[in-house]
Design a protein around this ligand. Structure first.
Ligand code: A3P
Length: 307
C-alpha cells in the first residue's frame, strides 16, 4: 500500500510539477500542449507491465528549433513514450550529480515495446552533455532539430522578452542586444547558440555523425509528415504517423496534432509573432552567419536553405 501511494505521489509530482530549480529565470520555456477540447489529465496509476527507463533517444536541441513540436509529433507514435518536462540532466551539474536513478525517475512509464524519448534543448550547446550522454549509452540515437540561425536568434530573443515581461523585468529592443558599439554583438548568447558548427564539433568528438539525425525545423513547420517519416526510419520504428495526424490551424498559423480522438495545438508560447528587426541589422546578422553555416554544411555533409 505504502509502495503504491509512493508511486502515485511520484507520478503526480512528475506530471504536475517541474521542480522550481529546473528553469533558470528569464530562460523559462513554457511547455506543454493546449487541448482543443479542454480535456487533459494523464491517468495517475502506472499501468501494469510498465516501467520507467532511461531514454533510448534524446532530442538534444537546438533551443527554439522546434524541439517541442518534434517531441509531441513523435509522441503520436504508439511505440514512443515521451518525457513530459525538460529534464536538464546532462547540462546542469546540480541535476547530473543526483545520478541516473533520479534521471530515470523523471521518465514516463512505458511498455517494453516502447522507446523512451526526452528532449532538453540546452544539451546541444552544453560543453559536458555529449560526454555525459555517451557515458550513459554510447549507442543512443540523438535527434537534433535546427532552423535558420538568424530566425532562431529572433525566436530566442522573443522567448526571453516575453518571460521578462511576465516576470515584470525590464525589456530592451532586439537591436540593443544585437548591436554593441556600432558592430554586431557576437557575444550575445542568442547569437552564440546559433553557431551550429561550434557545438556540433563537440558532439562529433563523442558520437559518429550517423548517430545524430538532423531534422529540418523549417520543413517541419511547413510539412511535418516527411520529417517525421525520416525520424521513424532513423529510430527503426514501423511507420505509424500519418497525414491524418496533422491539420493546419488557421488561427494559430501552424500544424496541430490529431491523435487518440483529440485535437491539440502547441502552447501559445510556440509560434508567437516575432518583433520586426531593423533591416540593416538583420542583414549584418545573416552575413555573419553565412561562413559559419557553410562550415556546418561541410561538417554534416548536407545543405540547409538558410539565408
Ligand atoms: P517561434 O515561437 O519562434 O515561432 P522550441 O519548441 O524548440 O522552443 O521551438 C519553438 C518553435 O517551434 C517555434 O518558434 C515554432 O516556429 C516552431 N514550431 C514548429 N512546429 C510548430 C507547430 N506545429 N506549432 C507551433 N510551433 C511550431
Amino acid at each position: 500500500m505504502a509502495g503504491l501511494l509512493g508511486s502515485l505521489l511520484l507520478l503526480v509530482l512528475q506530471t504536475f510539477a517541474a521542480p522550481p530549480d529546473f528553469v533558470p529565470a528569464g530562460d523559462l520555456d513554457p511547455e506543454g500542449l493546449q487541448w482543443a477540447n479542454g480535456t487533459a489529465g494523464p491517468s495517475l496509476a502506472p499501468p501494469p507491465g510498465t516501467s520507467q527507463r532511461v531514454p533510448h533517444s534524446i532530442i538534444i536541441g537546438v533551443r527554439k528549433g522546434g524541439t517541442r513540436a518534434l517531441l509531441e509529433m513523435l509522441d503520436i507514435h504508439p511505440s514512443v513514450a515521451a518525457a513530459a518536462t525538460e529534464v536538464h540532466f546532462f547540462d546542469w551539474d546540480e541535476n547530473y550529480s543526483r545520478g541516473f536513478d533520479w534521471y530515470r525517475g523523471l521518465m514516463p512509464y512505458s511498455y517494453p515495446h516502447q522507446i523512451t524519448v526526452e528532449k532538453t534543448p540546452g544539451y546541444f550547446t552544453s560543453a559536458q552533455a555529449p560526454e555525459r550522454i555517451r557515458a550513459m549509452n554510447a549507442s543512443i540515437k540523438l535527434l537534433l532539430i535546427l532552423r535558420d540561425p538568424a530566425e532562431r536568434v529572433v525566436s530566442d530573443y522573443t522567448q526571453v522578452y516575453f518571460n521578462r515581461l511576465e516576470a515584470r523585468k525590464p525589456v530592451r529592443p532586439i537591436e540593443d542586444l544585437l548591436v554593441r558599439g556600432g558592430a554586431l554583438n557576437t557575444r550575445y548568447k542568442a547569437i552564440q547558440r546559433s553557431l551550429y558548427h561550434l557545438h556540433m564539433r563537440n558532439w562529433l568528438r563523442y558520437f559518429p555523425l550517423e548517430q545524430i539525425h538532423l531534422v529540418d525545423g523549417d520543413t517541419l513547420v511547413r510539412d511535418p509528415l516527411p520529417e517525421l517519416r525520416r525520424v521513424e526510419r532513423f529510430l527503426e520504428l514501423p511507420p505509424r504517423i500519418a497525414a491524418s495526424n496533422f491539420y493546419f490551424n488557421q488561427t494559430k498559423g501552424f500544424y496541430c496534432i490529431r491523435s487518440d480522438g483529440r485535437e491539440r495545438c502547441l502552447h501559445e508560447s510556440k509560434g508567437r509573432p516575432h518583433p520586426p528587426v531593423n533591416g540593416t541589422v538583420l542583414r549584418q546578422l545573416r552575413a555573419y552567419f553565412r561562413p559559419h553555416n557553410r562550415s556546418f554544411y561541410r561538417m554534416v555533409g548536407r545543405t540547409f536553405h538558410w539565408h
